[in-house]
Ligand binder design. Structure first.
Ligand SMILES: NC(=O)c1ccc[n+]([C@@H]2O[C@H](COP(=O)([O-])OP(=O)(O)OC[C@H]3O[C@@H](n4cnc5c(N)ncnc54)[C@H](OP(=O)(O)O)[C@@H]3O)[C@@H](O)[C@H]2O)c1
Length: 286
């Protein structure tokens, strides 16, 4: 199992492409606030920016890419095709819009944001996912993206997609944090050489205030947020913490000078905090 060892140390994807260190999340950062936030994240040392068409902030991120002294190849950029753009032609058009908004001529990683599920699409769900994926495969083979993957896919969606496709997803980006570890999906992905990225890696406020996590944080003189991220990387995940505050960006990257014991890992993994915010991909209505 690969494990991150520093903010910028890369993990290797199945196609050999290196994906650098911790990702920097941008969900809920508006166009106005995201430019400065991304510049601050780059100044802190982050080199991996996660966005999506759905976040509505790709232009603001593009502005930061214009303003930074770093070159395009120094920054790993991920975006995602939103649910209303599923299907081959729509995905191709959505990709062009995304790279135009970002002001780049290629993406490092392009993901299907959510699987079409049976609850909404019945027997058509499988075909819709396969058609969307075929667009990503063609973009990859044309050199427009360096890697392709999915997000919020569970083992059942992945099995169907892998059976229907030429190229296996290189990434699955899923909700994964103390209180809501999607362990079956993690195990499935790791068995199949698919790197797992963890979204919402800090969990909810309830996770950060959990007394067991607090106790472990006190022992290592780190914060609960840092313990959540440590727990994530020790499982071979690539977390994507988001903060618009430079001191938190720095703290979220300051997690490489301590290690949780196996017992502590199990204690944290056994915490269950289920809330209305947890989204089960097979049950969502969007
Ligand atoms: N694929 C998907 O479906 C999907 C869904 C959701 C998210 N994502 C991606 O994953 C990224 C991370 O998820 P997320 O943004 O939902 O959640 P998160 O990174 O786990 O948490 C972000 C929240 O925690 C706060 N925070 C950050 N650092 C902190 C710290 N050290 N101590 C206490 N609070 C802290 C932030 O506030 P401040 O900004 O005010 O510091 C923000 O309110 C997203 O930004 C996005 O890129 C993907």
């Amino acid at each position: 199992m690969q494990e991150l060892t520093s903010l910028r140390s890369p993990l290797k994807l199945a196609n050999g492409v290196e994906i650098p260190g911790l990702g920097y999340g941008t969900y809920k950062s508006s166009n106005e606030e995201v430019t400065q936030a991304v510049l601050d994240a780059l100044a802190t040392g982050y080199r991996h920016i996660d966005t999506a068409a759905y976040y509505g902030n790709q232009k603001g991120i593009g502005e930061a890419l214009q303003q930074t002294d770093l070159s395009r190849e120094d920054i790993f950029i991920t975006s995602k095709v939103w649910n209303t753009d599923r299907g081959y032609d729509q995905t191709m058009a959505a990709f062009e819009k995304t790279i135009a908004e970002l002001g780049v001529d290629y993406l490092d990683l392009y993901l299907i944001h959510w699987p079409a599920n049976r609850k909404q699409f019945g027997d058509q769900a499988r075909k819709i996912n396969a058609d969307t994926w075929r667009a990503l495969e063609d973009l990859y083979q044309a050199g427009r993206v360096r890697a392709i993957g999915v997000s919020n896919f569970m083992p059942n969606h992945l099995l169907e997609l892998m059976a229907d496709s030429r190229i296996k997803p290189m990434i699955d980006q899923i909700e994964y944090h103390p209180g809501w570890p999607q362990e079956a999906t993690r195990r499935f992905c790791q068995r199949h050489g698919i790197l797992v990225e963890a979204w919402r890696p800090l969990g909810t406020k309830v996770a950060l205030e959990n007394p067991l996590i607090q106790e472990i944080a006190d022992k290592y003189q780190h914060s609960p947020a840092q313990v959540c991220l440590r727990w994530s990387i020790q499982q071979g995940l690539l977390p994507l913490p988001k903060s618009v505050k430079p001191e938190r960006m720095k703290a979220n990257a300051d997690i490489f000078d301590f290690a949780l014991t196996e017992d502590e890992m199990d204690v944290i993994s056994s915490i269950r905090i289920v809330s209305a915010k947890n989204q089960i991909p097979d049950q969502v209505d969007f």
